[in-house]
Design a protein. Structure first.
Length: 205
């Protein structure tokens, strides 16, 4: 009887040994901790590709309402001409504070009927800064035709006359009789004989 029990116990131990060996071969070790799967490491970020020569400029996307993007405030409107250039600066005065001598401007001081013809006693000069005519140099005689076209302003025709109005040679000489040496400035023109045929007073305040 004891022999039978011993054989049964030995058989049971053998079965356990077989089962334990099988479990070890399959990796089912009950004493080992549960193996957890490890997460895969993230791939390193890739650098953006360098722009190529054929890359185009990005265009602003339309707004949420679907409206097209507004043009830049500095954009030149189509069909518009560029602004006109600034005018050149006015001529500057010379080192002595004067402009060049004006060849067609005279200051009329007096007149004389000598030689059978009326001649104005005048003086040439320059335009000073800021532009008022300033007679200078010697007094000279220039004959004037009796039919010369003459325009006058103030003071010959009164203090309120700004625009030139025609007068005769006799009217001019009559005013010079009572107002000598005033030196009023006039533009003048000579005909082929060297006689004044046009005389226009320059208005001076």
């Amino acid at each position: 009887m004891r022999a039978v029990r011993r054989q049964a116990a030995m058989a049971a131990l053998a079965v356990c040994g077989v089962l334990a060996l099988t479990a070890c071969q399959n990796g089912d070790d009950p004493a080992a901790p549960d193996a957890k799967p490890t997460a895969a490491a993230p791939a390193p970020p890739t650098a953006p590709a360098p722009p190529t020569a054929s890359a185009t400029v990005a265009v602003p996307a339309p707004s949420k309402t679907g409206a097209a993007p507004k043009p830049s405030a500095t954009a030149t409107p189509a069909g518009k001409t560029p602004p006109a250039p600034a005018p050149p600066p006015a001529p500057t005065c010379g080192a002595d504070g004067r402009m060049p001598v004006s060849p067609d401007t005279i200051a009329v001081h007096r007149y004389t009927p000598e030689g059978g013809m009326t001649s104005l006693i005048v003086q040439h000069g320059t335009y000073g800064c800021p532009g008022r005519f300033e007679p200078s140099g010697p007094w000279t005689y220039i004959p004037i035709a009796e039919t010369a076209k003459i325009t006058a302003t103030a003071p010959i025709l009164g203090p309120s006359t700004v625009m030139g109005k025609p007068i005769s040679t006799s009217e001019l000489t009559g005013w010079l009789d009572t107002h000598p040496d005033k030196g009023l400035p006039f533009h003048y023109h000579l005909n082929a004989a060297g006689v004044i045929d046009t005389l226009d007073e320059i208005y001076v305040k």
